[in-house]
Design a protein around this ligand. Structure first.
Ligand SMILES: NC(=O)c1ccc[n+]([C@@H]2O[C@H](COP(=O)([O-])OP(=O)(O)OC[C@H]3O[C@@H](n4cnc5c(N)ncnc54)[C@H](OP(=O)(O)O)[C@@H]3O)[C@@H](O)[C@H]2O)c1
Length: 217
């Protein structure tokens, strides 16, 4: 399968690119800095340079043409409200429009866990992040695409375990980025997991078993 990753130099995205290319998929990764290209090539991905704040729908659609699926894993990474609005918000809308124009139906979005930081100190930047992520989810859900929204709990850099808790609504927790990537890779191979929102934390079920329970078949 041909997979186009937006936010391709991110931590989840790099792990996903490596897993997909090891399984024989063709990966194209959108990244913004020239120096990231070599790193992506070493993971088996083709680097496509472009800045989400500068690309037109036409230009991004042209880069995406021929892909079977788009994965959006870009994020502002705490760079402030304006950047969050531009990347997690408008960047997602741009990517949805580009996928539609390029004729790609399958679209996976890495979103955020709705309960993250609940009960903690109220931080305006985090409130904005949660709002923008939710609106991005709503934008994708309203589209005609074959979407899947993955809402991981707080991400860690611990090694993946391959054991998760994944369902439409689960208690808040953490999850290694590698397990998020492995779940995305598994969803790409499961067209029966479609038009669904999946919350994800570490757990005790294999990713395959968890997705089989979510499947619409
Ligand atoms: N942190 C958490 O606990 C948490 C929890 C749930 C969900 N999430 C979400 O999970 C997703 C992936 O997380 P992660 O840790 O892999 O994030 P990450 O490492 O920060 O990756 C985000 C990527 O987005 C790219 N990006 C930012 N601005 C861009 C632009 N203008 N044009 C093109 N690309 C741009 C970044 O590029 P550069 O590499 O050039 O900076 C980076 O590679 C994010 O959407 C995040 O919001 C995070």
């Amino acid at each position: 399968m041909n997979v186009f990753i937006v936010g391709g130099s991110g931590k989840v995205a790099r792990s996903l690119a490596r897993m997909l290319s090891e399984c024989g998929h063709v990966v194209r990764s959108l990244h913004r800095k020239p120096e990231q290209a070599q790193d992506l090539a070493a993971l088996g991905a083709m680097a496509v340079q472009g800045d989400l704040t500068a690309l037109s729908v036409d230009a991004l659609a042209t880069s995406m043409v021929g892909s079977d699926a788009v994965v959006f894993s870009a994020g502002a990474g705490g760079a402030g409200m304006e950047v969050t609005n531009a990347i997690d918000g408008r960047g997602l809308e741009l990517s949805v429009a580009a996928a539609q124009q390029a004729g790609i139906r399958r679209f996976l979005l890495v979103s955020a866990f709705p309960d993250a930081l609940r009960g903690g100190e109220r931080n305006p930047e985090f409130e904005n992040y949660a709002r923008v992520k939710k609106l991005a989810d709503a934008h994708l859900v309203a589209s005609d695409l074959d979407w899947v929204i993955l809402r991981p709990g707080t991400l860690t850099d611990e090694p993946g375990t391959g054991r998760v808790h994944a369902a439409a609504a689960i208690p808040y927790g953490t999850v290694p980025r590698d397990d998020v990537a492995a779940t995305l890779a598994a969803i790409i191979e499961r067209p029966d997991v479609s038009r669904t929102i999946i919350e994800l934390t570490s757990g005790d079920m294999s990713i395959d078993a968890a997705l089989a329970r979510i499947s619409r078949r």
